[in-house]
Design a binder for this molecule. Structure first.
Ligand SMILES: NC(=O)c1ccc[n+]([C@@H]2O[C@H](COP(=O)([O-])OP(=O)(O)OC[C@H]3O[C@@H](n4cnc5c(N)ncnc54)[C@H](O)[C@@H]3O)[C@@H](O)[C@H]2O)c1
Length: 249
């Protein structure tokens, strides 16, 4: 399949989880992929496992200079840039009354400011390339109010706002900007609340219409769609992949 043929895509936080599944799906669809992550060992391993035109590059999304370096690398190695998936994130839960200033700052720096820095850094090269697609990964914690999710929820609500502003500003340059909004998805991040060995236990999901958590590969298919020209008339909006959690009840 070649729904992303010829496109150069950067996936932040692509060393594992949904980002790794997106790298695999993008490569399957013919994209040239850069997995950009702070975890160099895992990122290198993941890129090698996927094979094809997938390379790892170290990136701390919260650092402006790190973004400058990766854009210079892309310009040098590929000469163009078509897709950015702002997927990297940190996650923990803590009641408001117990949350610390430095922890809130750290969450915002990666989950929200990181996406802003990414958009600002890559947009000039995308414009030179004739346009592109930017995908910010929010969460159902950015659609509602979940206990313990003050810091995380702030960042995920913020990403939905940033998406709309960026879509408005960048649409004249043919850059579309959208949000992926996953619900509970299996993997290490969900493991903060549910041990990985128990995440698919059907008893845990009785209240969810589809009666199971999502898999990273299912989120990756949403990312492929938003990255591809199939979504050419979609910008400034959310694609919710949550097993029916927020659309029912
Ligand atoms: N897993 C879920 O249930 C779930 C639900 C809703 C939304 N999400 C969102 O989906 C996205 C992917 O989640 P996941 O479950 O794959 O997470 P994960 O924890 O498995 O992976 C996150 C990746 O981000 C990387 N990362 C962390 N800080 C970074 C930084 N400063 N710079 C670059 N990379 C950094 C990590 O090294 C890791 O590889 C996140 O944005 C998350 O908030 C996840």
């Amino acid at each position: 399949m070649s729904r992303l043929a010829g496109k150069v895509a950067v996936i932040t936080g692509g060393a594992r989880g949904q980002g790794a599944a997106e790298a695999r799906a993008f490569a399957r669809e013919g994209a040239r992929v850069l997995i950009a992550d702070v975890d160099s060992d895992l990122g290198t391993t993941t890129a090698a496992e996927i094979g094809g035109d997938v390379q790892f590059v170290h990136l701390d999304v919260s650092d402006t200079d790190s973004w400058k370096r990766i854009v210079a690398t892309i310009e040098n190695d590929y000469g163009r840039m078509d897709v950015l998936v702002n997927n990297a994130a940190r996650y923990w839960t803590r009641p408001i009354l117990e949350e610390r200033d430095d922890a809130v700052d750290a969450m915002i720096a990666v989950n929200l400011k990181g996406a802003f820095l990414g958009i600002r850094a890559v947009a000039p090269l995308m414009i030179e390339s004739g346009g592109g697609s930017i995908i910010n990964v929010s969460s159902t914690a950015g659609l509602g109010g979940h206990c313990g999710h003050a810091a995380y929820g702030m960042t995920k609500w913020g990403l939905r706002g940033l998406t709309r502003v960026a879509a408005a500003e960048l649409s004249p340059s043919k850059i579309r900007v959208n949000c992926l909004v996953p619900g509970a998805i299996t993997g290490p991040m969900l493991g903060v609340n549910i041990p990985e060995s128990k995440q698919r236990d059907p008893d845990l999901w009785n209240g969810l219409p589809l009666r199971r958590p999502g898999e990273p590969e299912e989120i990756a298919e949403g990312a492929v769609f938003l990255a591809s020209d199939e979504s050419s008339y979609i910008t400034g909006t959310d694609l919710v992949l949550d097993g029916g959690a927020t659309g029912t009840g």
